[in-house]
Design a protein around this ligand. Structure first.
Ligand code: S3P
Length: 426
């Protein structure tokens, strides 16, 4: 796929539904009693993997043109699949479903694509095993494929070393089935969609500081869920609007949950002109339209408790930093190394190929911005967020940028290139 410099970006965009919330709506709807109706569901490959897994666990899910209907069977309604469950490229599917499968009365084998088979699963195997789960990594490398033999679980208090919503959610979901209360403390709060949505379905969840606790065996009832637009997808248009001279973009209906809004805070910190309009709340999640105008950006420091609130946006923030004057330091973000690709290495290699001054560190990167960038051959490593970040980088680079494997945007944003092109002005 080839991309060129553009003059300016103008118009309105509606980004697809939030990936994290779409996954959870299908999962929680499956283990709730009765009908869950989901609108603005993200029809990306990752969320379709979740639908396919719950279908194999005996749940009828109707994927219609404007809504998804999940015919939930209650906490104990899942049935043994007659094949291996395939989570595709999706870490959220793999880790969250493990928490639901561990307490079942049957055995499941769970796998995914080549990237999933390299991603660390010890982080969920450890707490779930402490609860009594029987989970084996079939290749003995703490990665998928996993064999999960259903067992009775006991509630625990778990202190997680990483701030990860996937770990927190896996443990809380297992806690629905455990004897006694289960709680998870994380070093810094990670996205809280599980806590918000599970309590909307009827679970007893409490949060205090960085600890979330859940009581077992609630009656979960089917609900109507309206999924807000994904701020992680909006991030590409925020960055593009800030970088390309003369641009003004209105991004409609974006989720601005404070555990996800780090991109907005950092963009402002870098001098970005960003305004929130029409703030409102759907299914317990805050939503707004975001108006972005071109701005001259300057470097900044991004570290500490803000990191989990923008972890998926760091690749495109690195692109903003390359176009900003001065130095940007990103630290405390070692988690970037275990995403769909090693996002520190991949950003360093590709941005260097475009002429940027970037150095990788153990837990982030240092970017000396303001150098002119030129087109290059970009290796996406089949990582959707890398492909979209470099499509944004190409918009102000001299010459042609070619993104190898660019179709991987299907994971979270199938219409991304079409939406981006709709903003090109002559
Ligand atoms: C997600 C949590 C984050 C994020 C991922 C989605 C979720 O991962 O990077 O894209 O939906 O819970 P970690 O929990 O590994 O930080």
């Amino acid at each position: 796929m080839n991309f060129h410099k553009v003059k300016t970006l103008k118009g309105e965009i509606t980004v697809p539904g939030d990936k994290s919330i779409s996954h959870r709506a299908v999962m929680f709807g499956s283990i709730a009693k009765g009908l869950t109706e989901i609108t603005n569901f993200l029809q990306g490959a990752d969320c379709l993997s979740t639908i396919s897994c719950f279908g194999k666990l005996g749940i009828e899910i109707e994927n219609g043109p404007d809504r998804i209907l999940v015919h939930g069977k209650g906490l104990h309604g899942l049935t043994a699949p007659d094949c291996v469950l395939d989570a595709g490229n999706s870490g959220t599917t793999t880790r969250l479903i493990s928490g639901i499968l561990a307490p079942q009365s049957f055995t499941t084998t769970l796998t995914g694509d080549a990237s999933i088979q390299k991603r660390p699963m010890k982080r969920i195997m450890e707490p779930l095993s402490m609860m009594g789960a029987n989970i084996k990594s079939l290749k003995g490398n703490d990665c998928a494929p996993l064999e999960i033999q259903g067992s009775p679980l006991t509630g625990i208090h778990y202190t997680s070393k990483v701030a990860s919503a996937q770990v927190k959610s896996a443990v809380l979901l297992a806690g629905l089935y455990a004897s006694g209360e289960t709680s998870v403390t994380e070093p810094v709060i990670s996205r809280n969609h599980t806590e918000i949505m599970l309590s909307h379905f009827g679970a007893e969840i409490a949060t205090e500081g960085t600890t979330a606790s859940i009581r077992p065996e609630p009656v979960l009832e089917g609900r109507k869920i309206t999924v807000p637009g994904d701020i992680s997808s909006a991030a590409y248009f925020i960055a593009a609007g800030l970088i390309v001279p003369g641009s003004e973009i209105l991004i409609k209906n974006v989720g601005i949950n404070e555990t996800r809004d780090g991109i907005l805070r950092v963009a402002k910190q870098m001098g970005g002109n960003i305004r929130l309009l029409n703030e409102n709340r759907d299914s317990g999640e805050p939503v707004a339209d975001i108006l972005v105008s071109h701005s001259s950006l300057h470097g900044t420091e991004i570290k500490g408790s803000i990191i989990p609130t923008l972890i998926d946006e760091l690749p495109v923030i690195a692109i903003m930093a390359a176009y900003a004057e001065g130095t940007t330091v990103i630290a405390d973000a070692a988690e970037l190394k275990v995403k769909e690709s090693n996002r520190i290495d991949v950003m360093v290699n590709n941005l260097s190929a475009m002429g940027a001054d970037i150095t990788g560190t153990e837990d982030g990167m240092i970017i000396n911005g303001g150098r002119p960038l030129h087109g290059a051959l970009i290796h996406s490593m089949d990582d959707h967020r890398i492909a979209m970040s470099f499509a944004v980088a190409s918009l102000q680079a001299e010459g042609m940028t070619t993104i190898e494997g660019g179709e991987c945007v299907n994971i979270s944003y199938p219409a991304f290139y079409k939406d981006l092109e709709s903003l090109f002005s002559a």
